[in-house]
Ligand binder design. Structure first.
Ligand code: BGP
Length: 474
């Protein structure tokens, strides 16, 4: 077998509409759940506002203004040699309330322009259909994904996109980090859900999940019908999880901690609720309703590839006493690893493990659609930004990913690190938590010129892409 990444490896970067675009009321856009959310506290279930409070600052409203600067931004991505660009479409630009019969033409026109601009540079759009920004009206008036009606609305929305972008968009992802919905964190960001006191949380979790899985399966079916040449995948958050010790109880605990990830992964990749799903349903004592035809639909909705995000690993076990932060989930601290300023443990080998675990389990092509290190960047007096720490993080993760391909024979389609141009943090709403190769002049209070500036990592990543990952030297 030949060594190295495939010649058509999809190098790029990843963003999400609500964290990147701004223009939150422009072009007929409706309010999304993220437009009334200030970031930072959605990691625990809480009562959240369902409207905008005048005078308060909302990071997504302007974000970094990709809405008006997409040409300049895409030119920068093209200069780095991007082969693909992962972005999401804001559901509320297309269906401002979510329940309309007809889409908002102005919203579609914005994405026509963005997609055409990308194609002009031969950058393949990789589109997430829903990334943490569902229409607020669907939450307030329908109870969000508790309600089966949402399946119909999402079906209509995704069908409009496949029809409009047939022949132009070759790669689709359904729901971003969908498995967060079952975790303790983020049912709000993912599904607009804040649990009510009068409801059985276990039942609601399973019902929402079933609706999301059915909606995804329908999207897969529609995508194949409308544009058979396109590929459609799922998007899981993947927290590589190590047992704390060799105590067999720790092994079981670490395995159980992956149940919410494989719950989704198994249905997406195997088309049915597997043993791990059933065990999880029983462990939380939840029940949900399936409609006739759902089982068939899940079978037909098997994805073409598995997209996943990987930032850090965690430790689980019965003896864990020290915890640390992480992307959407708290985990046990690992004494062998260093962590970022936000406490996310840096573990490139964890990425190789993730690739192996997912490939062993599903035997479907994989796509790393998020990875990266949030860090505070300093602009030097001469205007330069020397982000060697970012280069070191990405380099180590690319090396690990290459090991998974070259040594372990994992089938990997591409790599899109998070936030190639600085954007708003999903977890905290901060600007100072930066991921980009391109710096954006904006602070946590919304002040700044929005000017774009290349960091040191810009040229480094350009070289990495140009050599298909062969030259990783800083
Ligand atoms: C993922 C989300 C992204 C992104 C990223 C980094 O979970 O899909 O939207 O934000 O994490 O997280 P944060 O922005 O909290 O640093």
């Amino acid at each position: 077998m030949s060594k190295g990444l495939r010649p058509d490896f999809l190098w790029g970067g990843a963003t999400a509409a609500n964290q990147f675009e701004g223009g939150y009321l422009e072009g007929g856009k409706g309010l999304s759940i993220d437009d009334v959310y200030k970031g930072g506290s959605a990691t625990v279930a809480r009562v959240i506002d369902d409207h905008i409070i005048e005078g308060d600052y909302y990071p997504s409203h302007e974000a970094v203004d990709f809405y008006h600067r997409y040409k300049e931004d895409i030119a920068l991505l093209a200069e780095m040699g991007f082969k693909c660009f992962r972005m999401s479409i804001a559901w509320t630009r297309i269906f401002p309330r979510g329940d309309e019969e007809e889409p908002n033409e102005e919203g579609l026109r914005f994405y026509d322009n963005v997609i055409n601009e990308l194609l002009k540079y031969n950058i393949e759009p990789v589109i997430t259909i829903s990334h943490y920004e569902m229409p607020l009206a669907l939450v307030k008036e329908y109870g969000s994904w508790r309600n089966r009606k949402l399946v119909e609305f999402f079906h209509r929305y995704s069908r409009v996109l496949f029809e409009r972008y047939k022949g132009k968009v070759k790669y689709w992802l359904t729901f971003n980090e969908v498995n967060c919905t079952l975790g303790v964190d983020r049912p709000y960001l993912q599904a607009g859900i804040v649990y009510r006191e009068d409801e059985n949380i276990s039942d609601v979790k399973l019902q929402i999940t079933h609706h999301l899985l059915v909606a995804s399966a329908l999207a897969v079916k529609e995508c194949r019908r409308i544009d058979p040449a396109a590929k459609i995948g799922c998007m899981l958050i993947y927290p590589t999880t190590y047992p704390h010790t060799c105590d067999p109880l720790d092994q079981i605990k670490a395995r159980d901690a992956m149940a919410t990830t494989y719950y989704y992964g198994d249905v997406y990749a195997r088309g049915r609720y597997t043993n791990i799903c059933k065990a999880y349903q029983e462990s939380i004592g939840g029940h949900f309703t399936m409609e006739p035809g759902d089982e068939e639909l899940l079978k037909e909705g098997i994805v073409d590839f598995i997209g996943f995000s990987y930032y850090s690993s965690r430790v689980e076990g019965v003896h864990v006493t020290e915890y640390t932060g992480g992307n959407m989930q708290r985990g046990g601290k690992n004494p062998y690893l260093k962590a970022t300023e936000w406490g996310w443990q840096i573990d490139p080998i964890g990425l190789r493990m993730a690739l192996n675990n997912l490939y062993d389990r599903y035997q479907l092509p994989l796509f790393i659609v998020e990875n990266g290190m949030g860090a505070v960047d300093k602009v030097e007096e001469d205007g330069s930004i020397i982000d060697d720490y970012r280069i070191a993080y990405l380099r180590a993760h690319i090396e690990a990913m290459k090991d998974a391909v070259e040594i372990d024979h994992v089938d990997l389609m591409g790599y899109t690190p998070w936030g190639p141009i600085d954007l708003v943090s999903a977890g905290t709403g901060e600007m100072k938590k930066r991921y980009g190769f391109v710096y954006v002049d904006k602070d946590d209070n919304g002040k700044g010129t929005l000017e774009r500036r290349k960091k040191k990592s810009f040229d480094w990543y350009k070289k990495v892409i140009a050599t298909n990952g062969e030259d990783l030297e800083n």
